[in-house]
Design a protein around this ligand. Structure first.
Ligand code: PGA
Length: 234
């Protein structure tokens, strides 16, 4: 089981360090074996010492160069970062990243041996159309991605469930994860409004191997509680 926290554009360097320490202390005190992973904003990346994996929310497919506003491999190497989030819906829909660009990032960071948390998820209008349309949409988001990569982790996050407080029913989540499992052997996380109150139900479902959590994990205490719930389910 893997519980990942995506800070998005939240927390300073100082707040991230405090969060890391609080969660690390909790993991040690409670002897938690579930993997904890956090994605701080780029300005808060650092060489943290402890059991929590730290990843980048984004990076360009380049070592360094003239790409204003971007970071590349060099900036991640400085802190020993070997994990990256690719394909998040906010980058697809707000920042306008194309599947082509996303696949390019995937291949670059795969080549560099990174663990890749790769996000997919459908908008509401696609879900309302039909389940065939939904699966076809997810398939398109896997275009150009090596599903056999051994450091791949998929995060299924319905766009309409992100930050909205809404989630699909447990049956729907299980159905989609089970369908994805037919072609993906990698762990499949669920994301979209996971919080302390629904974590147990969602994490207990077949083919749900963990969660990617935004707002529900911003508070370190809540994140620790979800880690403990995940740990109790193993
Ligand atoms: P949320 O975000 O938990 O706030 O819905 C999840 C995500 O975007 O990864």
């Amino acid at each position: 089981m893997l519980i990942a926290a995506n800070f998005k554009t939240n927390k300073t360097r100082c707040q991230t360090a405090a969060y890391y320490k609080e969660v690390s202390d909790f993991i040690a005190a409670k002897n938690i074996n579930t993997e904890a992973m956090i994605f701080p904003p780029a300005t808060a990346l650092d060489s943290f010492e402890g059991k929590i994996s730290v990843g980048a929310q984004n990076a360009y497919a380049v070592e360094n160069g003239a790409y204003t506003g971007e970071i590349g491999l060099e900036q991640l190497d400085e802190f020993g970062i070997k994990t990256i989030l690719i394909g998040h819906s906010e980058r697809r829909h707000i920042l306008g990243e194309s599947q082509e660009l996303i696949a390019e990032k995937f291949h670059y960071y795969k080549e560099k041996g990174f663990r890749i948390v790769y996000c997919i998820g459908e908008p509401l209008e696609v879900r309302e159309e039909s389940s065939a349309a939904l699966m076809a949409y997810l398939d398109d988001q896997l275009e150009g991605i090596d599903l056999a990569y051994n450091k791949l982790i998929i995060a299924y996050e319905p766009v309409w469930a992100i930050g909205s407080g809404l989630t699909p029913t447990e049956g729907e989540v299980e159905l989609i994860h089970t369908a994805l499992r037919q072609k993906i052997k990698a762990p499949i996380l669920y994301g979209g409004s996971v919080k302390t109150a629904n974590a147990k139900e969602l994490l207990s479902l077949n083919n749900v191997d963990g969660a990617l959590i935004g707002s529900g994990a911003l508070n370190a205490e809540d994140y620790c509680m979800i880690l403990e719930i995940a740990d109790s389910l193993k």
